[in-house]
Design a protein. Sequence first.
Length: 260
Amino acid sequence: MNKLLSRIQRVDSLLCVGLDPIGEDAQVVGRLAEVIDQTAAYAAAFKPNLAFFLSRENGVALLRDTIQRIPQDIPVILDGKFGDISNTADHYARFAYDVVGADAVTVNPYMGDDAIVPFLREGKLVFVLAKTSNKPTHSLQDMALTSGGVLSDQAARISGKLDEENGGVGLVVGATQPEAMARVRELCPTQWFLVPGVGAQGGDLAATLRAGLRPDGLGVLINSSRAIWQAADAGAAAQELKEQINEHRQVAKTDTVSQG
């Protein structure tokens, strides 16, 4: 968390640059280097998507090389959506932290806190999937609980409790439903949100920041993958989005103060 906060303060950015490499292997190696080098000045974090690397014959080596290319002061979130328990989860954690060198991971909490705890390490961050951005309605995430609320709320509560007890636990909350994000923020007022879904998936940046920001103007990382990867100038695309985030961030922070 200190690494993330130091990076955010240094570059005044809440932008997370997603790395979802598509294309032929030879082209991908060069493009990954370009995107990292061109966007590093604007990134609060990088988020390589594990699936896009494992689908390649040299995927693990490419992932390790990619993470090593990222400047050491920029946190790396390995987006693996890990979801197993016990010894299996421990080995996933070893892979993420010890083999490829990630600073943080994404975790699927379907099996409860047993799927999260193995990833809790000093100096590491765990982002727990709560409300994802893939559909307006989810058969599981929106399932009503007899105790009240929906299943995604329970995922938020579990992560909040673990964060209180251990620290270093945040949430993945998609940008496609600002009202759901606002509810999760109410349940978890201090935790960090990793936010996919702005851009290609239709999430509204201004509404997302109004719903997700903490009163201090922090607490969210806005991820962008395709829009930056496909841009003719990745650096310019990252700079533009960073500036848009900061513009809306100031407005959202002012609105929050006014309402308070």
